[in-house]
Structure formats: structure tokens, C-alpha cells
Design a protein around this ligand. Structure first.
Ligand SMILES: Nc1nc(=O)c2c([nH]1)NC[C@@H]1CN(c3ccc(C(=O)N[C@@H](CCC(=O)O)C(=O)O)cc3)C=[N+]21
Length: 295
């Protein structure tokens, strides 16, 4: 192994320490940010993620509120819960935990979220603001995983200006939205977005300075398609059963052989996941500061 690790766990801990101070400064002005979560159903994975978000909030001093609905909740009941969070002054930002149960019109639910309370940064209005603002400061919530990836890379001293970045995967939460951040003037990267219709993935990845692997396909990024010295960020989440222990664990898009050729690799778990969580908290604190005229 020659690659150095992009340590998301440690970086997220540093960001949470900064946020704790910013939350204290808000408290001195009588302001307490509050993150709401809307969880529908009893999927163990989703329950675990939501519990993690409440734990993170407690750590930095953000209040947290929960709306939990049963798996058979109707479209109307879910939309009513979104309206309650929109109207609750104690909730300064919230997320609708995805996926929603089959049969629910997810986009209709997400579009109902007040864009100023959109802690995920994925409301169409906020994605639109990001499209429109290339050079000027963004004063709206940013998509958490893309923002977390850029912070993770830059906080390890890696300059993205002028870098050729290949993104693998066109999902909304990462692939489609990260180019909007990477091509902003203060980051200045050049982006190629590849997907399942790409004719020759390896031709693109072999020339990339940075690969952002968000395909959700276990081990698709192998050493032979990575340029020596590249930076490789592993966003994929696949649940696999370990043949030796029989236990379920999370694994990513990046094959372990990449550690022998890349300069930097993000571990998974311990890389992008903790950064995504830290950016959710950042979005909530940012918007509370904006509302207070402090940012
Ligand atoms: N509205 C919404 N917003 C989301 O941000 C959202 C969502 N829905 N639905 C599900 C996905 C998934 N997601 C993760 C967050 C943190 C880790 C994370 O911290 N993982 C740890 C532990 C992984 C493990 O061992 O299970 C790690 O990577 O080290 C993973 C996955 C957010 N999501």
C-alpha cells in the first residue's frame, strides 16, 4: 500500500468542534438551531442513520426534533408532517429520510419542504440557486455529500483548482450535483460525469487526477483503471455478507488494489459517510447564522 488515507472520521470530528463554537456563539444571542428528521417506516438502516443524526446534534448543541410515521402512512399524512416541520419555529432545518416507502410520490414530498429549511440542500430551488451562482457566494443550503467530499479533499491539503475530476455515477444526491460545486470559481476543477451509458469508463478514469466513485457497484474502481498518484474518493455504499464471518458490512466502489497505485484514497466506512453527517449540521448552523445576520 502506498496511498494515504483521506480520514473522514477525524476531519468530521474537527468540523464538529468548529460547529460547537459557532452554536455557542448563536446561543449567546439567544438562538438555538434545531434539526428535524422525518422518518417513515421501520427500515433498520434508515433508523440507524436518523439516530446518528440526533446523536450528532446533541454533540454540537443543536436541538433535534423527530417526526416518525408508520410504514403505511399515506401521502397526505407525510405531507402534513412536512408542513408541521415547515411551520415549527424550533425547527430551523430538517430532512426527509430517504427512501420513502413504495407508492409515495417522493418528489412531491421533497418539493413541499421550505427551501430555507432544506438541510439536505437537495430542494429544486436550492439546486437551481447553485446552477445560477457560479462566482458569487452561495447563500442557500448545499448538497451534503458533495460538500463533504470537497471539504475532505481540501482539508487534506489537496488543491482541486485545474484538476481533472471524473465522477462515476449520475445519482441526484452525489453524481449529478457535485459538478455544480466542483466547477464553481472558488474550486475551479474540470469535471467529467460518467454513468452506465459511458462507452469506455477506463479511458476516462485512467486520465483523471481525481476519481469520485459514486456508482454503488462494489469494487468497480480497480487499480488498472487508476492513474498512479491519483486521488480516489469512495462514495459507494454496498451491503455485503462477509463469507467468513457471515456478518453484514458496508463496502464501497473502490477495490483494495487501488491503495497500491493512488496517492490518496478515502476509506469506506470512515471516509465520506461521517463528512456527509457533518455537512448536514453545517447546513443547519449556516442557515441559523444567516437568519441572525451573522453570515
Ligand atoms: N434525506 C436523506 N439524506 C441523507 O443524507 C441520506 C438519506 N436521506 N438516506 C440514506 C443516505 C445514506 N447516508 C449516509 C450517511 C452517513 C453514513 C455514515 O456515516 N456511515 C459510516 C458508517 C457506515 C457503517 O458501518 O454502516 C461511515 O461511512 O463511516 C452513511 C450513509 C445519508 N443518506
Amino acid at each position: 500500500m502506498t496511498a494515504q488515507l483521506l480520514d473522514g472520521k477525524a476531519t468530521a470530528a474537527g468540523i464538529k468542534a468548529e460547529l460547537t463554537e459557532r452554536v455557542a456563539a448563536l446561543a449567546a444571542r439567544g438562538i438555538r438551531p434545531g434539526l428535524g428528521t422525518l422518518l417513515v417506516g421501520d427500515d433498520p438502516g434508515s433508523q440507524w442513520y436518523v439516530a446518528g443524526k440526533h446523536k450528532d446534534c446533541a454533540e454540537v448543541g443543536i436541538a433535534s426534533l423527530r417526526e416518525d410515521l408508520p410504514a403505511d402512512a399515506t401521502q397526505e399524512e407525510i405531507e402534513a408532517a412536512v408542513r408541521r416541520l415547515n411551520e415549527d419555529p424550533a425547527c430551523t432545518g430538517f430532512i426527509v429520510q430517504l427512501p420513502l416507502p413504495a407508492g409515495i410520490d417522493t418528489n412531491r414530498v421533497l418539493e413541499l419542504v421550505d427551501p430555507d429549511k432544506d438541510a439536505d440542500g437537495l430542494h429544486p430551488t436550492n439546486l437551481g440557486r447553485l446552477v445560477l451562482r457560479v462566482s458569487e457566494p452561495v447563500t442557500s443550503p448545499l448538497p451534503c455529500t458533495p460538500r463533504g467530499i470537497i471539504e475532505l479533499v481540501e482539508r487534506h491539503g489537496i488543491d482541486l483548482a485545474g484538476a481533472d475530476v471524473v465522477v462515476v455515477g449520475r445519482g441526484v444526491t452525489v453524481g449529478r450535483s457535485i459538478g455544480l460545486l466542483l466547477t464553481r470559481r472558488e474550486v475551479n476543477a474540470t469535471v467529467t460525469l460518467t454513468h452506465t451509458g459511458t462507452a469506455d469508463l477506463a479511458e476516462h478514469t485512467r486520465n483523471a487526477d481525481v476519481i469520485i466513485a459514486a456508482a454503488g457497484v462494489q469494487g468497480v474502481i480497480t487499480a488498472d483503471i487508476v492513474k498512479p498518484g491519483a486521488v480516489v474518493v469512495d462514495v459507494g455504499v454496498s451491503r455485503v455478507t462477509d463469507p467468513e464471518t457471515g456478518k453484514s458490512r458496508v463496502t464501497g466502489d473502490v477495490h483494495p488494489s487501488v491503495l497500491d497505485v493512488a496517492a490518496w484514497v478515502s476509506p469506506n466506512p470512515g471516509g465520506v459517510g461521517p463528512m456527509t453527517r457533518a455537512m448536514l449540521l453545517s447546513n443547519v448552523v449556516d442557515s441559523a447564522e444567516r437568519a441572525a445576520g451573522m453570515a
